[in-house]
Design a protein around this ligand. Structure first.
Ligand SMILES: Nc1nc2c(ncn2[C@@H]2O[C@H](COP(=O)(O)OP(=O)(O)OP(=O)(O)O)[C@@H](O)[C@H]2O)c(=O)[nH]1
Ligand SMILES: [Mg+2]
Length: 369
């Protein structure tokens, strides 16, 4: 009888025990966790009681991905959990344009056991070609101009860039947070990150952080710069000092093509939630450039950041050892390697190479410090 009772109790719950420091932390999951997940609809929130909850900032990791990105994503999660988040247990939000499979959710949830996880779907209206786009003309332009450009003829890539530019920051699952850290399947973090990155943002009044910056392919944004300048002129806006990051010192005030790579963006979401950003995005969106050209969210964010933020609002995270193929950001300080903090190859660092804009950024930041 006791045996049967025991079996019954075990079949109700699995007790997952994890040791965190000296405190014993317990997460209670339904035994048939897989069936539980299969029975749920999106949005699905798996609340986990983080041991460090009271010390955390109001922040989350954010991943937009497809179901088929699962295994690349697990590798990435392993690297960021090992290098950073196992010490903090920040939340994760996963978004997709189609429903996540229960296999995806189950696999991720088994992999990250000490953070609250949220799985959601994007509003289909925000992942669609807007009515004012002439799709026949759009396809003609892709055929003529974009056959040889990476993702040049991809509709989904354009929807993704437009989504990141205009909507992600207001998704209901992201709405409650103040800061986010974007993560993509397949990226790696090669260095121990021994401090709370989000706290660093808040305590230093930082609004935007990046790891890699570079020049954009000119063909993907032929008219972005002129539309951007037109927006600034129409709305009587003045440029701040950080505009030098993107604007050449010439008679035409031309664009140097520099941008912060947004795939590892760490930001205070207020930047993108204000009225001015909304006006800016809507102005750009009406021009059709996300579809007629192939505007990336990185230059769209970067032009805004460079105009409306000051140099001291932006931080280069040069200590993370970040890899998003084909580029690597790897610290140059030999002491870090003597301490065994990083496993990237410092000679492969991109940050101070000729195609990077990071040195240019640092000069501006140091000048206005
Ligand atoms: N759900 C969903 N996610 C997407 C789609 N396209 C891209 N993504 C995600 O959006 C993010 C950016 O896409 P990437 O393909 O990595 O874009 P990229 O970094 O410019 O290009 P790569 O050099 O291929 O990495 C990644 O997290 C992708 O998983 C899509 O059609 N659906
Ligand atoms: Mg990518």
């Amino acid at each position: 009888m006791l045996g049967l009772l025991h079996l019954f109790l075990v079949s109700l719950t699995i007790l997952v025990r994890r040791s965190v420091g000296t405190t014993e932390h317990q997460i209670i999951l339904p035994l048939d966790f897989k069936s539980y997940i299969e029975s749920q609809k999106l949005p699905l929130i798996l609340n986990r009681d983080s041991p460090t909850k009271d010390e955390l900032e109001n922040a989350t990791f954010v991943v937009l991905c497809r179901n088929e990105d699962l295994y690349d994503l697990l590798e990435t999660i392993q690297s960021i959990q090992d290098r950073f988040n196992s010490k903090y247990s920040y939340d994760w939000v996963f978004l997709n344009d189609v429903p996540f499979t229960s296999h995806f959710i189950y696999s991720v949830a088994n992999f990250i056991t000490n953070s609250t996880l949220k799985f959601g779907q994007i509003d289909p209206h925000e992942w669609d070609i807007p009515s004012w786009i002439n799709q026949t003309y759009m396809h003609q332009l892709w055929d003529e101009n974009y056959q040889d450009t990476p993702y040049g003829t991809s509709e989904s890539y354009r929807l993704m860039c437009r989504y990141f530019s205009g909507f992600l920051h207001n998704h209901p699952l992201i709405q409650p947070y103040q800061y986010y850290w974007r993560i993509e399947p397949g990226v790696k973090y090669y260095c121990d990150i021994d401090y709370d990155v989000f706290r660093h943002m808040r305590e230093n009044d930082l609004l935007y952080g990046f790891t890699i910056s570079m020049f954009e392919y000119r063909d993907t944004i032929p008219s972005l710069w002129s539309h951007f300048k037109q927006f600034m002129q129409n709305t009587n806006r003045e440029y701040g000092d950080l505009i030098r990051f993107v604007m050449n010192d010439d008679d035409e005030n031309s664009y140097n093509l520099c941008h912060f790579w947004s795939n590892s963006e760490i930001a205070n979401l207020d930047i993108f939630r204000g009225r001015v950003y909304k006006e800016y995005f809507e102005y750009l969106d009406q021009t059709g450039g996300f579809f007629y050209e192939r505007w990336g969210d990185a230059p769209v964010h970067s032009l805004f950041v460079s105009s409306f933020l000051e140099p001291e609002d932006v931080w280069w995270f040069g200590d993370m050892g970040y890899y998003h193929g084909p580029y690597l950001q790897c610290p140059q300080d030999s002491k870090i390697f003597e301490l065994g903090k990083c496993s990237c190859n410092p000679t492969k660092d991109f940050s101070f190479g000729y195609y990077s804009c990071t040195e240019h950024f640092l000069k501006i930041r140091n000048h206005f410090k």
